[in-house]
Design a protein around this ligand. Structure first.
Ligand code: ATP
Length: 137
Protein backbone atom coordinates (compact mmCIF):
# COMPACT_ATOMS: atom_id res chain seq x y z
CA UNK A 1 0.00 0.00 0.00
CA UNK A 2 0.91 3.61 -0.51
CA UNK A 3 2.44 5.59 2.35
CA UNK A 4 2.82 9.30 3.03
CA UNK A 5 4.74 11.41 5.51
CA UNK A 6 2.57 13.85 7.42
CA UNK A 7 4.14 16.55 9.59
CA UNK A 8 2.27 18.64 12.13
CA UNK A 9 4.44 21.74 12.04
CA UNK A 10 5.46 23.70 15.19
CA UNK A 11 2.44 26.01 14.94
CA UNK A 12 0.06 23.04 14.94
CA UNK A 13 1.80 21.32 17.86
CA UNK A 14 2.09 24.47 19.99
CA UNK A 15 -1.56 25.33 19.41
CA UNK A 16 -2.61 21.88 20.63
CA UNK A 17 -4.03 20.79 17.27
CA UNK A 18 -2.06 17.56 16.83
CA UNK A 19 -4.89 15.28 17.92
CA UNK A 20 -7.52 17.11 15.87
CA UNK A 21 -5.35 16.97 12.75
CA UNK A 22 -4.40 13.29 13.04
CA UNK A 23 -8.02 12.42 13.88
CA UNK A 24 -9.20 13.78 10.53
CA UNK A 25 -6.81 11.56 8.63
CA UNK A 26 -7.75 8.49 10.67
CA UNK A 27 -11.47 9.27 10.40
CA UNK A 28 -11.22 9.41 6.63
CA UNK A 29 -9.98 5.83 6.74
CA UNK A 30 -6.19 5.81 6.63
CA UNK A 31 -4.01 3.78 8.95
CA UNK A 32 -1.58 5.48 11.31
CA UNK A 33 1.54 3.33 10.88
CA UNK A 34 4.11 5.33 12.88
CA UNK A 35 4.22 8.42 15.06
CA UNK A 36 6.93 10.47 16.74
CA UNK A 37 7.55 13.93 18.15
CA UNK A 38 10.89 15.69 17.82
CA UNK A 39 12.42 19.12 17.45
CA UNK A 40 14.22 18.78 14.12
CA UNK A 41 17.78 19.97 13.70
CA UNK A 42 19.07 22.03 10.81
CA UNK A 43 20.64 19.08 9.03
CA UNK A 44 17.40 17.10 8.94
CA UNK A 45 15.46 20.14 7.73
CA UNK A 46 18.01 20.96 5.02
CA UNK A 47 17.55 17.44 3.66
CA UNK A 48 13.77 17.60 3.88
CA UNK A 49 13.56 21.00 2.15
CA UNK A 50 16.48 20.51 -0.28
CA UNK A 51 14.30 21.47 -3.27
CA UNK A 52 13.65 24.91 -1.76
CA UNK A 53 17.30 25.83 -1.05
CA UNK A 54 18.09 29.31 -2.32
CA UNK A 55 14.49 30.50 -2.36
CA UNK A 56 13.71 33.67 -0.37
CA UNK A 57 11.56 31.80 2.14
CA UNK A 58 14.09 28.98 2.72
CA UNK A 59 15.96 30.40 5.75
CA UNK A 60 12.83 31.63 7.59
CA UNK A 61 11.19 28.27 6.85
CA UNK A 62 14.07 26.30 8.39
CA UNK A 63 14.16 28.61 11.39
CA UNK A 64 10.45 28.23 11.93
CA UNK A 65 10.51 24.44 11.55
CA UNK A 66 13.35 24.20 14.11
CA UNK A 67 11.55 26.49 16.59
CA UNK A 68 9.75 23.72 18.49
CA UNK A 69 8.44 20.18 18.46
CA UNK A 70 7.09 18.69 15.23
CA UNK A 71 4.95 15.56 15.09
CA UNK A 72 5.84 13.20 12.25
CA UNK A 73 3.43 10.48 11.17
CA UNK A 74 3.31 7.81 8.52
CA UNK A 75 -0.16 7.13 7.13
CA UNK A 76 -0.97 4.18 4.88
CA UNK A 77 -3.72 3.45 2.40
CA UNK A 78 -4.65 3.50 -1.25
CA UNK A 79 -4.09 6.99 -2.73
CA UNK A 80 -3.25 8.38 0.73
CA UNK A 81 -0.82 10.93 -0.75
CA UNK A 82 -3.48 12.60 -2.85
CA UNK A 83 -6.05 12.25 -0.08
CA UNK A 84 -3.91 13.96 2.53
CA UNK A 85 -3.09 16.88 0.24
CA UNK A 86 -6.79 17.30 -0.31
CA UNK A 87 -7.46 17.19 3.46
CA UNK A 88 -4.65 19.74 4.06
CA UNK A 89 -5.93 22.32 1.57
CA UNK A 90 -4.11 25.05 -0.30
CA UNK A 91 -0.65 26.18 0.89
CA UNK A 92 -1.94 29.63 1.91
CA UNK A 93 -4.27 29.13 4.91
CA UNK A 94 -6.08 32.42 4.35
CA UNK A 95 -7.58 31.12 1.12
CA UNK A 96 -7.53 27.37 1.80
CA UNK A 97 -11.05 25.99 1.48
CA UNK A 98 -13.15 25.69 4.64
CA UNK A 99 -13.32 22.03 5.63
CA UNK A 100 -9.61 21.56 5.03
CA UNK A 101 -7.04 21.51 7.85
CA UNK A 102 -5.42 24.77 6.73
CA UNK A 103 -8.77 26.34 5.87
CA UNK A 104 -10.30 25.54 9.24
CA UNK A 105 -7.35 26.13 11.58
CA UNK A 106 -5.07 28.66 9.86
CA UNK A 107 -5.10 32.25 8.69
CA UNK A 108 -1.45 33.17 8.21
CA UNK A 109 -0.27 34.51 4.86
CA UNK A 110 2.66 36.26 3.17
CA UNK A 111 5.99 35.11 4.60
CA UNK A 112 4.04 33.58 7.49
CA UNK A 113 2.52 31.09 5.05
CA UNK A 114 5.22 28.83 6.49
CA UNK A 115 2.88 28.54 9.50
CA UNK A 116 0.42 26.41 7.60
CA UNK A 117 0.08 23.65 10.18
CA UNK A 118 0.97 20.58 8.13
CA UNK A 119 3.15 19.05 5.49
CA UNK A 120 2.28 16.09 3.29
CA UNK A 121 4.45 14.30 0.72
CA UNK A 122 3.59 15.08 -2.90
CA UNK A 123 4.54 11.79 -4.64
CA UNK A 124 5.42 8.18 -3.79
CA UNK A 125 9.10 8.99 -4.43
CA UNK A 126 9.14 11.98 -2.08
CA UNK A 127 7.14 10.01 0.52
CA UNK A 128 9.79 7.28 0.67
CA UNK A 129 12.59 9.87 0.67
CA UNK A 130 10.97 11.90 3.46
CA UNK A 131 10.04 8.85 5.57
CA UNK A 132 13.70 7.80 5.47
CA UNK A 133 14.74 11.26 6.67
CA UNK A 134 12.27 11.53 9.56
CA UNK A 135 12.20 7.88 10.64
CA UNK A 136 15.84 6.94 10.22
CA UNK A 137 16.11 5.03 13.51
P1 ATP B 1 3.98 21.26 2.02
O1 ATP B 1 5.03 20.72 1.08
O2 ATP B 1 4.53 21.80 3.33
O3 ATP B 1 2.78 20.37 2.20
P2 ATP B 1 3.11 22.77 -0.17
O4 ATP B 1 3.50 21.61 -1.00
O5 ATP B 1 1.72 23.26 -0.26
O6 ATP B 1 3.38 22.54 1.33
P3 ATP B 1 5.60 23.95 -1.05
O7 ATP B 1 5.56 24.83 -2.22
O8 ATP B 1 6.16 22.57 -1.17
O9 ATP B 1 4.12 23.95 -0.42
O10 ATP B 1 6.38 24.72 0.07
C1 ATP B 1 6.79 24.05 1.22
C2 ATP B 1 6.52 24.90 2.42
O11 ATP B 1 7.30 26.10 2.34
C3 ATP B 1 5.07 25.38 2.53
O12 ATP B 1 4.22 24.46 3.17
C4 ATP B 1 5.23 26.63 3.36
O13 ATP B 1 5.36 26.27 4.73
C5 ATP B 1 6.56 27.19 2.88
N1 ATP B 1 6.38 28.18 1.82
C6 ATP B 1 6.08 27.96 0.52
N2 ATP B 1 6.00 29.09 -0.17
C7 ATP B 1 6.27 30.08 0.71
C8 ATP B 1 6.35 31.50 0.63
N3 ATP B 1 6.14 32.15 -0.51
N4 ATP B 1 6.65 32.19 1.76
C9 ATP B 1 6.86 31.55 2.93
N5 ATP B 1 6.80 30.21 3.08
C10 ATP B 1 6.51 29.49 1.99
Amino acid sequence: TERTLVLVKPDGVSRGLTGAILARVEAKGYRLAALEQLTPGRELLAEHYAEHEGKPFYEPLLEFMASGPVVAAIFEGERVIEAFRSLAGATDPTVAAPGTIRGDFGRDWGLKVQQNLVHGSDSPESAEREIAIWFSA
